[in-house]
Structures are given as C-alpha cells and as structure tokens.
Design a protein around this ligand. Structure first.
Ligand SMILES: NC(=O)c1ccc[n+]([C@@H]2O[C@H](COP(=O)([O-])OP(=O)(O)OC[C@H]3O[C@@H](n4cnc5c(N)ncnc54)[C@H](O)[C@@H]3O)[C@@H](O)[C@H]2O)c1
Length: 266
C-alpha cells in the first residue's frame, strides 16, 4: 500500500462498477478510508472488472484498506446529504469527494430523445454532481486545511462536456453542465483552499460502453476517431482522479483533465 492519501477520507458515488470502482480502489490503495456509494452494491453486469462478483468495499477491506458502503441515489437530495454526514460521523472529516455516478440511455438525436431520458440523464449526470459538491463543500468549509487544502472535489465529466458527440444530446448537455459547474465552484472556493477539478474521459471499456464495443460499426468508428492505438480503461481514469485528489494537484483548480487517447486533440 502507498500513502499519498494516508489518513484521508474519501467519498465516491457510483462506486460499484467501472470508473467509480477503479477510483475507489485506487484511493484506498493510497491509504484513504473510502465511503463507497451506489444505487446497488453489486457491480453492473457486463463490466470488465476482474473481480466483478465482489462488492468494491469488500475488495478494499480484503486488500487491507478501510471502506464502508452506503446505498445512495446520487440524484436524491436527502440521500446525498446523508452520505456526507455518514462519512463525517464515521471517519471525522471529508478530504476527497468524487462525483462519478452517471448513466447513458442510448444513441439518438434530440428528435427522438424522450423527455424522460433527458430528465433522468440530467438528474443522474448533472444534478448529482451539484448535490455532491454542495454537501461536500459545506463540510470542507468547516475543516482546517491539511496538506494545503480544506478538501478536494473531483467531478467525472466526459469529453461529451467539451465537444459535441454524435447522437448524445442529453448526455452532452449534462456533462457540459458538470464542466462549467466545476469551473464556477473553483472560482468561488479557491480563496478557501478547496480544489474543484474534473476528469474528462473518452470512450473506455466499462459496462456503460459495452454496447458500443460489441457493435462492429461503432467499435470501428471509435477506434478510427481515437489517435491512440487502443481505447482507455477505468484504471486510466482512476489514476487521473488520484492525481487531482492528492496534494500533487495543490495548485490545480477549475481544470478539465482529458483522459481520452487524444480524441479531442485534433
Ligand atoms: N465509460 C466511458 O467511456 C465513460 C466516458 C466518459 C465519462 N464516463 C463517465 O464515468 C462515470 C462512470 O461511468 P462508467 O463507465 O463507470 O459507467 P458504469 O455504468 O459502468 O457504472 C456506473 C455506476 O454508477 C451507478 N449509478 C447509476 N445511477 C446511479 C445513481 N442514480 N446514483 C448512484 N449510483 C448510480 C451504477 O449502478 C454503476 O455502478 C459516469 O459519470 C460516466 O458518464 C464514462
């Protein structure tokens, strides 16, 4: 076990599968006590995790780390307030908040997108981040700085918040909201020494993207658009998140860290 986050307390939303799971495991490996949260404790079917049958918090404890699990709908006001309260009452403070929970409905243009698809996408992908930031920052403001920061927030946005992705209207709208909320909060809370940053992943192998990868035409198109020879992994996102969650990112705030194999570089 390494110690970049020794004695730190972290909360991760959507931690049962994919990026959230890899992030929770990476933070714990660096010594953080991790409060895992999701709408389901088991990983989603169709994921690429090697230990998919064991819940994230159990994997962390089996590896000698500290973790708890709180069932939490990240789009629910009271549930998110309860999640932060749980972290503080269990571990004493909150150093790292990772707002990762997200959904993707299906590929369609705005003509075919239903109101329900749009509302669900905005709730889980954008409102959840607003809630997570609100309650995490409220707690961080009560804490004295440690390692130069009162706390670090990392929002998992997407390249869909930076550029228009074909046939993803609601998803891009929600991720665009996450990107600019991140910048806005960085401005308000830099004077308080609270870092607020985002990771913008490109397409990578998780349960969310499996339908793309299993469709030969979509798979080919994704590879053709990515300058890097292969697609990314949840672990690539976790390493970027770990950087932004640690004191290595002391003076980084309001930044969008793209982890996309060069997808948005051209
Ligand atoms: N996979 C990619 O290529 C990719 C690319 C860019 C951004 N992202 C973003 O990364 C994040 C994680 O995506 P992933 O690929 O790991 O997806 P995933 O579907 O594999 O995992 C998402 C997790 O979030 C949980 N979740 C869903 N709704 C929730 C809710 N309301 N409250 C709490 N948890 C909820 C799910 O149960 C699941 O465990 C999302 O915000 C996604 O938009 C993913």
């Amino acid at each position: 076990m390494a110690n970049k986050l020794l004695d730190k307390v972290a909360v991760v939303t959507g931690s049962s599968s994919g990026n959230g799971r890899a992030i929770a495991l990476a933070l714990a490996t660096e010594g953080a006590s991790v409060v895992c949260s999701d709408i389901r404790r088991d990983a989603r079917e169709g994921g690429y995790e090697s230990d998919i049958l064991t819940p994230t918090d159990e994997v962390i404890r089996a590896n000698g780390g500290k973790a708890e699990y709180v069932e939490t709908n990240a789009a629910d006001f009271a549930a998110m307030e309860n999640l932060i309260n749980f972290a503080v009452s269990s571990f004493g403070r909150l150093d790292v908040m990772v707002n990762n929970a997200g959904i993707f409905t299906s590929l369609h243009t705005i003509v075919d997108e239903t109101e329900d698809e749009y509302d669900r996408t905005m709730a889980v992908n954008a409102k959840s981040v607003w809630l997570g930031c609100k309650f995490a920052i409220r707690q961080m403001l009560t804490q004295e700085p440690v390692d130069g920061s009162r706390g670090r927030v990392v929002n998992i946005a997407s390249i869909g918040g930076l550029v228009g992705l074909a046939a993803e209207p609601g998803y891009c709208a929600a991720k665009g909201a996450v990107v600019n909320l991140t910048r806005q909060l960085a401005v308000d809370f830099a004077p308080e020494r609270i870092n607020v940053n985002a990771v913008c992943p490109g397409f990578l192998a998780t349960a969310m993207v499996r339908p793309f990868l299993e469709d030969p035409e979509l798979n080919k198109a994704l590879h053709e658009k990515s300058p890097w020879p292969e697609l990314g992994t949840a672990e690539d996102v976790a390493k970027a998140t770990l950087f932004l969650a640690s004191s290595d990112a002391r003076w980084a705030t309001g930044s969008m860290l793209t982890v996309d194999g060069g997808f948005t570089a051209p």
